[in-house]
Design a protein around this ligand. Structure first.
Ligand SMILES: Nc1ncnc2c1ncn2[C@@H]1O[C@H](COP(=O)(O)OP(=O)(O)O)[C@@H](O)[C@H]1O
Ligand SMILES: [Mg+2]
Length: 321
């Protein structure tokens, strides 16, 4: 079957019913299609539905409605074919076997996905080296530190060459060095193997470094699905910083605030910042300042990072809400 998308989620909904008639709408009509080699960040505040979506893609949570296809296979109609093609690291590294050793876990997960140990071993050894686990290979996972358990979970997910890898907060508990190695592993997988990677993380710097796209969720709904460069461009075009020759008086400040609600003063620097909605607003502001006798020493276009873009999106500011 020719594959257009490695992951195709259509109209996904999940309503948890935790008892006594209560309902929690965790995912509320979510669509996402990802081609081979895509690395996408799944972002959203706590409770937005990220883990639920990832668990649905693994068949661990049964959706209330909607379809999920992995490499063209329907997760419910062709579960074996679909599940063989997806690997994951779940929150808190709960998906490895604590009563078995590191190497036994690697072997088990390689076999589970149809690899003989002989075929999987070079990759397993490479991962043990790169994740600095080589000297703990015979240790029981349950006796390792949380950070090391997380590394084992990462190694088990990456030892099988699945076209789709889902990582739910994979760097939680990892030291900086290992987190960077994981970034390199993800980038290599996408580039060299064409692996599609979905990574949920609160670490925006990591997401900005490794993801080409981001999907931002709020209350179970997708509010943004765009490339990282596009998002940064859109937001960069809107935020300006005006440094004044003299600070505005109280009345001028009040008028500025009432006419331009996006104004935010930075008194220490004698400057203010404005989120400009359109070019008209920019020119209105220039005109206002000319009339008020406020002289502008400098105008800078702010260059936001992904973390700032994310905060604005989830606060519902701007046109994405
Ligand atoms: N097993 C469950 N039973 C009831 N509610 C749940 C369950 N799992 C998650 N939820 C609820 O679903 C919503 C989404 O949770 P989750 O998918 O864990 O979000 P995230 O990973 O983005 O923090 C939250 O309101 C959460 O409380
Ligand atoms: Mg979660």
């Amino acid at each position: 079957m020719p594959l257009s998308h490695v992951l195709e989620i259509t109209e996904l909904r999940k309503i948890y019913r935790p008892g006594t008639g209560r309902q929690v709408v965790a995912v509320d009509g979510f669509d996402l299609s990802l081609e081979a080699g895509m690395v996408i960040g799944l972002l959203g505040p706590n409770g937005a539905g990220k883990t639920t979506i990832i668990k649905c893609c693994l068949g661990l949570v049964i959706p209330s409605s909607g379809t999920i296809r992995v490499a063209g296979y329907d997760l419910w109609r062709q579960p074996v074919q679909a599940r063989l093609r997806v690997a994951a690291v779940l929150e808190g590294s709960r998906n490895v076997y604590w009563r078995h050793s590191v190497i036994e876990n690697l072997r088990f997960f390689a076999n589970l996905h149809g690899y003989s140990w002989a075929a999987a071993r070079p990759r397993a050894e490479e991962l043990l080296e790169r994740l600095d686990l080589a000297d703990r290979r015979t240790a029981l996972v349950g006796e390792l530190s949380r950070g090391m358990q997380q590394k084992v979970a990462v190694a088990c997910a990456l030892v099988r060459r699945c076209p789709l890898v889902l990582l739910d907060e994979p760097t939680l508990g990892l030291d900086v060095e290992t987190a960077r190695e994981l970034e390199r592993l993800i980038i290599e997988l996408a580039r060299e193997q064409g692996t599609t990677v979905v990574v949920s993380s609160h670490q925006m710097d990591l997401v900005e470094r490794i993801c080409r796209r981001v999907a931002i969720l709020r209350k179970g709904r997708l509010v943004v699905n765009d490339s990282v460069t596009n998002l940064l461009d859109i937001f960069a075009a809107r935020a300006y910083r005006f440094t004044l020759e003299n600070p505005p008086g109280i009345e001028q400040r009040q008028e500025l605030l009432s006419r331009f609600p996006g104004v935010c003063f930075d008194d220490a620097a004698g400057a203010f910042r404005l989120e400009v909605m359109d070019a008209g607003e920019f020119y209105d502001l220039m005109e206002f300042m000319r009339q008020a006798g406020l002289r502008v020493a400098q105008i800078d276009r702010e260059v936001p990072d992904l973390g700032e873009v994310f905060l604005q999106v989830i606060r519902g500011e701007g046109s994405f809400a």
